[in-house]
Design a protein around this ligand. Structure first.
Ligand SMILES: NC(=O)c1ccc[n+]([C@@H]2O[C@H](COP(=O)([O-])OP(=O)(O)OC[C@H]3O[C@@H](n4cnc5c(N)ncnc54)[C@H](O)[C@@H]3O)[C@@H](O)[C@H]2O)c1
Length: 335
């Protein structure tokens, strides 16, 4: 039995609050020691309820010896400098997605953590959704044969009510519609299944809203080792989340019944070559918590964290090319 990893939760907005809530159910592995939120008055009551110390200054977390790791639930533009400061203070890092907006930024974050012997966790909780984890295990075991194609969509309309100057709608932090909000999870799964990407064509349009960076994005990715992935996301249609992978020996289609902020289970339709098409219901789980528990166990050295440095860099290299293609309207090479 190991002691829980003490974390500082940095940023108590939408997702920071979600993380605070789910970690209340994982006390054996990970414990919120303190929180940092510049808009402190907005969260004082919540932090009192949870008995979590809150302050406005990131340095308070970095100098607290009870804090072994920081969990960054902050705007994208802050991730790079906050990782650098955490590593300089000897803290492990769990960063919400995206890790960086450029391949160079991802390489730097990965290198800083690796050279300091620190674990770098990533908010790609979709890998911990039970049907996704099962699909990845079956793909790794060869049960799907050669993976040919992926089709995936992750859409919601939660941002339609945001102030139009919100950071999530700004060109420097979210330049291609919903790609940084939701599509990035699908790019992560695509890279996990098909390896580094070679090129991408991205089309981002503003079709039914005034969202400044567009509301409808689609990327068609070609992978270096063969295979393609079609990843799409809307910020202006009702919730949808599906991930379908096709292989020479079978295919699996996974649909979320609700957004991961309040999981409600999954519907999985699949077939193995020669067999019938079957549909199964998978009960709700809490992948956001399970990802953080996996991170904490990696910090304690009792298991290895499954999102590798190569996955992290390959995903952001692809994201950077998605941005370039959305701007140019052309097929762009992935660095
Ligand atoms: N994994 C997921 O499924 C998922 C879902 C939603 C959001 N996210 C990610 O979580 C992060 C935060 O997104 P959000 O939707 O919660 O945004 P948000 O705007 O609701 O919250 C961000 C919070 O960070 C605070 N903040 C700003 N500057 C700070 C600083 N210097 N130090 C500490 N806190 C600071 C803000 O005051 C705000 O409360 C983003 O990286 C986003 O992509 C991940």
């Amino acid at each position: 039995m190991t002691s829980p990893v003490g974390i500082a939760l940095i940023g108590l907005g939408w997702w920071g609050k979600k993380i605070l809530n789910v970690l209340a159910t994982a006390p054996a592995d990970i414990r919120v020691v303190r929180a940092v939120e510049p808009n402190i008055e907005a969260v004082r009551g919540l932090c009192e309820d949870k008995a979590v110390v809150v302050s406005a200054d990131y340095a308070d977390a970095l100098t607290d010896p009870a804090v072994e790791a920081v969990v960054l639930a902050t705007p994208h533009s802050l991730h790079g400098s906050q990782i650098e400061a955490a590593v300089a203070a000897g803290k492990h890092v769990f960063c919400e997605k995206p890790l960086a907006l450029t391949r160079a930024g991802a390489v730097k974050a990965v290198r800083l953590c690796r050279d300091a012997g620190l674990v770098l966790g990533m908010g790609h909780e979709r890998r911990w959704e039970p049907p996704i984890a099962d699909m990845l295990a079956r793909a790794d075991a060869g049960e799907l044969g050669r993976i040919h194609q992926i089709e995936a969509n992750f859409s919601h309309d939660k941002f339609l009510t945001l102030d139009r100057d919100n950071w999530r709608l700004k060109a420097d932090q979210a330049p291609a519609g919903g790609m940084t909000a939701t599509g990035i999870h699908l790019l992560d799964l695509s890279v996990r299944l098909l390896g580094p990407a070679e090129s991408v064509l991205c089309i981002c349009e503003k079709l039914s809203s005034d969202l400044p960076q567009g509301d409808t994005v689609a990327a068609y990715v070609k992978f270096r080792g063969g295979g393609t992935s079609y990843v799409s996301a809307s910020l202006a249609n009702p919730f949808m989340s599906r991930f379908t992978v096709y292989g020479s020996k079978g295919w699996i289609d996974i649909r979320d019944k609700a957004h991961v902020e309040a999981p409600d289970g999954w519907i999985v339709t699949s077939v193995a070559a020669g067999g019938p098409i079957t549909t199964a219901e998978v009960p709700p789980a809490e992948p956001v918590k399970d990802n953080l528990v996996s991170f904490a166990r990696a910090v304690r050295g009792v298991e290895s964290y499954p999102i590798t440095a190569a996955h992290l860099v390959d995903n952001i290299a692809l994201l950077e090319a998605v941005f370039a293609s959305a701007l140019s309207g052309k097929i762009e090479a992935v660095a």
